[in-house]
Design a protein around this ligand. Structure first.
Ligand SMILES: *Cc1c(COP(=O)(O)O)cnc(C)c1O
Length: 225
């Protein structure tokens, strides 16, 4: 069996090469290769340290509570770490999320926008946010529908939130390409420059459709515990 540390190191290098290759193939005019967010939920701290050792600085977590336990300390030790919230945010967790995270990928409703902006003002810490779009219009999934997106965007901008782009998670078992294409088209219409899309199984497709942020967990760290 291979040592898990060298496995993570190898996977990370392979992924960087695949991202570069995918970016070289896209015909869209994105300025630079997408940012790799290493999704560390459910992964051991040992593996995270390997990624840190290889220069990885952007990490993604989907639960505030778990992220606080682990990243408060790791961020104090490595001040250049950027932490991305990629899971649903409850309004009662906003107070804890604002000081810890650097980017919010899951802005999806007016009440959350209100609470976030209120808390950002209180803490004088204004985080860039992605609006999550429910591209498959799945009833159980968070995100605003493509139809509601323009109005929600103007609501957020009027509040004063820094909306930097759009994020989506395509429906399971469907081809992701049409969802990435839709998100790309919406970003152009809404004049937003960043797209958070693509996970371990589909990031190369996402890059072809203009992803600027890809979120990879198992492809870097292996199966979650
Ligand atoms: C868990 C998660 C990921 C990473 O998933 P992998 O398949 O392990 O790459 C990406 N985005 C979101 C929103 C997630 O919850």
């Amino acid at each position: 069996m291979q040592n898990p540390s060298s496995e993570v190191a190898q996977r990370l290098q392979t992924i960087h090469a695949r991202i570069k290759e995918g970016f070289a193939q896209t015909r869209l005019k994105t300025n630079s290769p997408p940012l790799l967010i290493a999704v560390s939920k459910g992964q051991s701290e040992q593996k995270i340290h390997v990624a840190l050792g290889w220069g990885q600085r952007d990490f993604g977590e989907n639960r505030v509570q778990e992220a606080v336990a682990r990243w408060q300390r790791l961020k104090a030790e490595n001040p250049d770490i950027k932490l991305h919230l990629i899971g649903p945010l409850q309004t009662n967790k906003v107070k804890e999320a604002v000081p810890l995270f650097d980017v919010i990928h899951t802005l999806d409703r007016a009440r959350l926008a209100d609470r976030l902006f209120e808390e950002m003002q209180k803490q004088s810490r204004f985080l860039p946010c992605f609006i999550q779009i429910n591209t498959g219009e799945e009833p159980q999934k968070s995100g605003v529908t493509p139809y509601d997106a323009p109005e929600f965007l103007s609501y957020c901008k009027k509040l004063g939130l820094d909306v930097t782009g759009l994020m989506c998670i395509p429906p399971m078992g469907e081809s992701p390409a049409p969802h990435f294409a839709l998100l790309y088209k919406m970003a152009i219409e809404l004049k937003l420059s960043h797209l958070s899309m693509g996970m371990s199984a589909d990031f190369e497709t996402a890059i072809r459709f203009g992803a600027t942020h890809v979120r990879l967990g198992t492809a870097i760290f292996g199966e979650r515990e």
